[in-house]
Design a binder for this molecule. Structure first.
Ligand SMILES: NC(=O)c1ccc[n+]([C@@H]2O[C@H](COP(=O)([O-])OP(=O)(O)OC[C@H]3O[C@@H](n4cnc5c(N)ncnc54)[C@H](O)[C@@H]3O)[C@@H](O)[C@H]2O)c1
Length: 310
């Protein structure tokens, strides 16, 4: 079966593709705006939101489409027009291609806990809590989730949305996510470089490891649609931690030298956006559906260190 990954050259896309290949997928097509070379994949360079790429890819057989292409949080706050154009435009173009296809395609959409905000800011959320996003990014993702539910109800797709926690430790260059410091505060000091944390030490984040999150996205495609019911959006398991707990783990894994490389330089705008996200996720539904969870923060960071040694 053909697998299509939009935004597949990104951080999570590459990990997801490795997992799919390890499980035997051998017809993977990546739709990616950036120029990229991904081992074992056909890469079609283009803009999902504006170029007519998908119809020709999904004509022959039912496919599984992982939709990861997105403008992310701080980038979306900085440029509303671009975020709406890309995130809603990309989703509509994808759903339109599926609606006109002769086959029923599975679509797994990478959503986010940033669909929550407003009265749930810094609070406890789960899959039955109302979505009141406090940012443009979360708003476009919440709309995407609703469109996935409706397209599934109409029989245009068999859809699922994975509400992802903040993923650490992101390797490579940071993207425009407001949560980027949560990776940088481990990645940079563990490489002997300085890093800045723009939020307060008491700020709480819901975190997932890169590997576990990519596995959950892949597994969500395998979940029986009837078990999901009408609401196809699932909270992917994540752990809560304050920034000071994250700093303590950095010190435990990297020593006091690593900890000393982190500077706390408060940025009220970033802190407000991060604090608008939930602090605790009730992931009971995701776990019941078989999605795995990380053990603890320290093992997440140590797993990242392991990847550096290979
Ligand atoms: N990493 C996280 O912490 C996190 C948390 C919650 C949700 N998510 C979601 O997961 C997905 C993947 O995240 P990531 O961290 O890998 O992001 P990323 O920025 O590393 O990857 C996104 C990829 O999408 C591509 N892209 C963007 N617009 C495109 C377009 N119009 N057409 C084709 N390709 C396009 C980018 O070039 C990039 O390679 C995103 O949808 C993101 O919103 C990520």
């Amino acid at each position: 079966m053909r697998v299509i990954v939009t935004g597949g050259a990104g951080f999570l896309g590459r990990l997801l593709i490795e997992g799919l290949q390890a499980d035997g997928a051998d017809d993977i097509v990546v739709v990616e705006i950036a120029d990229a070379d991904i081992p074992g994949c056909r890469v079609i360079q283009g803009d999902l939101a504006h170029d007519d790429i998908l119809p020709a890819l999904i004509n022959d057989e039912p496919c599984t489409i992982f939709h990861l292409a997105s403008v992310v949080s701080a980038g979306a706050e900085a440029d509303w027009e671009h975020a709406v154009d890309q995130n809603l435009g990309g989703m509509l173009r994808l759903l339109e291609a599926c609606r006109h296809s002769d086959h029923l395609h599975k679509v797994v959409f990478a959503s986010t806990l940033a669909v929550f905000g407003g009265f749930t800011a810094g609070g406890n959320v789960g899959d039955v809590v109302k979505q009141t996003p406090s940012g443009t990014y979360g708003t476009t993702k919440a709309i995407g989730e609703l469109l996935i539910n409706d397209a599934t109800r109409k029989g245009h797709i068999d859809g699922r949305s994975a509400r992802l926690p903040t993923v650490i430790v992101r390797s490579g260059a940071p993207n425009a996510a407001a949560s980027g410091f949560a990776s940088g505060m481990f990645r940079e000091p563990l490489a002997g470089l300085a890093s800045v944390v723009p939020v307060g030490e008491g700020t709480v984040m819901v975190l997932g490891s890169a590997q576990n999150t990519a596995t959950c996205i892949q597994m969500l495609a395998e979940v029986n649609g009837d078990d999901l019911g009408h609401d196809r959006a699932v909270g992917v398991p994540g752990l809560s931690a304050t920034v000071s707990e994250m700093l303590a783990v950095l010190e435990k894994v990297g020593g006091p030298e690593a900890r000393s490389l982190v500077e706390l330089a408060y940025d009220a705008e970033i802190d407000a956006l991060v604090r608008s996200w939930p602090a605790v996720l009730d992931d009971t539904r995701g776990r019941k559906l078989g999605l795995p969870a990380d053990l603890d923060l320290e093992s997440m960071v140590r797993a990242y260190v392991e990847t550096l040694n290979h």
